[in-house]
Write a protein that binds this ligand. Structure first.
Ligand SMILES: [Zn+2]
Length: 443
């Protein structure tokens, strides 16, 4: 089975960063040149496979192996385009990395046997660059560009083609490393297959997955999560939404100043793109942070509310707008599904009707009142609404025993990470126990 390791590449000196940027920029240029030529052929009834021999020009910067890799990746894109077209599916021919306004999307692909990653206290990645770059940046003839990496490889196996990309908004380099994991190793995470825990492989040492989690997805709190291990997480989106709003206001201001007959400008389009990029970045980081956390806890199943359900039942029009534009709920669900699959966690969409209004103490959902972040019930219950909802949702779907809940952790976005603190808002009615000392074991 194919899995993907994702990590950050962190050049330690400006020289290395510049060298890496040059490599990615030249790669994007090669891709775009090739794409341009093939699109010309395609729309002009020519043969897309018949390309000219200009690619050697890139060898000096990128190195011939990477030139080949990018060419191959481009050909794959065209092949799958033709395959889809043949099946009668609507699809567009492969497109450029980036555009004229925004510049290129900086990215490259490194062949599986051309790079090495060493994981350790100071993990590092080595990738080849062309002779020209070596000369310019002081690398020896046989040397490769050596870069520090941060992150944890989740999967161990035969390494595939490495993808490297630069995210301009957050000024970070990210790497995606596909690995082929033997099927048996994936199975090993199931407790019934491997009762003996003292295996040496990282996967056998990983927490045995038998726990479950439920998510409540919202507009202010992007995600509230409860797990059967007794943990609660809250991802606060207010700060992020505030910034989204600011950009939206700026767009409106610029639009009001446009000359008559004009409806957009370069600057406006740029702001729109920036707004989307920021949101996507935070969203992807949230999904990854959450799923990694759940994986480490040994969660095997995640319950999430059914989308149509969520949008229909208890969301006002204003909240809906917030979720569609700002939080892009569909995109979020898709991302969540992908990352869960990557970690071998199964994601189940269930109806969550009433869960946000149900009292966890007496089960009532008609007399309860939700005010701001708090849910109160005539029976005396008072608790944090979204967290309570995720716990109720978990209880409705899970057959596992649910451990008493620890103090929730609240995460805020700081432009790069979701950093968490114990949540101070405590409800007196809910039992708070350290899950580590709880004696209840899940089945
Ligand atoms: Zn009640």
């Amino acid at each position: 089975m194919k899995r993907v390791n994702t990590f950050e590449v962190v050049p330690q000196i400006e020289n290395d960063k510049e060298c890496l940027l040059r490599l990615l920029d030249a790669s994007a240029s090669l891709w775009n040149e090739l794409t341009y030529e093939r699109r010309q052929s395609y729309f002009g009834d020519g043969d897309v496979w018949d390309t000219s021999e200009y690619r050697g020009r890139y060898n000096g910067v990128i190195g011939s192996a990477t030139v080949q890799q990018i060419t191959r990746k481009n050909s794959e894109a065209w092949r799958s385009f033709f395959a889809l077209k043949e099946k009668g599916e609507y699809t567009n021919p492969p497109s450029y990395w980036g555009n004229e306004d925004d510049g290129r999307e900086l990215r490259t692909y490194i062949r599986c046997n051309q790079y090495t990653i060493q994981w350790g206290k100071r993990s590092r990645l080595e990738i080849p660059v062309g002779q020209e770059l070596k000369d310019e940046y002081g690398l020896g003839y046989h040397e490769r560009l050596r870069l520090e990496v941060r992150g944890n490889p989740k999967w161990d196996g035969k390494q595939g083609r490495l993808e490297l990309e630069y995210d301009e908004v957050s000024d970070t380099f990210r790497a995606f490393q596909p690995v082929t994991v033997p099927d048996s190793r994936l199975d090993s995470r199931k407790i019934e297959d491997f009762p003996e825990v003292e295996n040496t492989s990282r996967f056998r040492n990983s927490p045995l997955a038998s726990h479950e989690a439920a998510l409540d997805v919202g507009a202010n709190n992007l995600v509230a999560c409860s797990t059967t291990t007794g943990n609660q997480y809250l991802y606060d989106g207010r700060e992020l939404f505030g910034r989204f709003r600011e950009t939206t206001d700026e767009i409106a201001r610029l639009q009001s100043k446009l000359r008559e007959g004009r409806y957009s400008s370069k600057r406006i389009r740029r702001l729109y793109r920036q707004r989307t990029k920021r949101r996507d970045h935070a969203q992807n980081a949230l999904v990854r942070d959450l799923v990694e956390r759940l994986y480490d806890e040994g969660v095997a199943t995640v319950y999430v509310g059914d989308l149509t359900d969520v949008l229909k039942t208890h969301w006002s029009a204003r909240v809906n707008e917030k979720t569609h534009n700002f939080w892009a709920f569909k995109k979020f669900s898709h991302r969540l599904a992908c990352v869960c699959e990557e970690y071998g966690i199964s994601l189940e969409a269930e109806s969550e009707a009433w869960t946000s209004q149900t009292c966890p103490e007496c089960g009532d959902h008609e007399e309860t009142v939700r005010h701001g972040d708090t849910l109160t019930c005539p029976c005396g219950f008072e608790g944090y609404a979204d967290l309570t909802a995720s716990k109720t949702f978990l209880r409705e779907n899970s057959d596992c025993e649910i451990r008493p809940m620890a103090r929730p952790v609240r995460f805020e976005w700081d432009d790069h990470n979701w950093s968490g603190k114990p949540y101070p808002h405590e409800s007196s009615k809910e039992v708070r126990t350290n899950p580590k000392v709880a004696s209840v074991e899940s089945a």
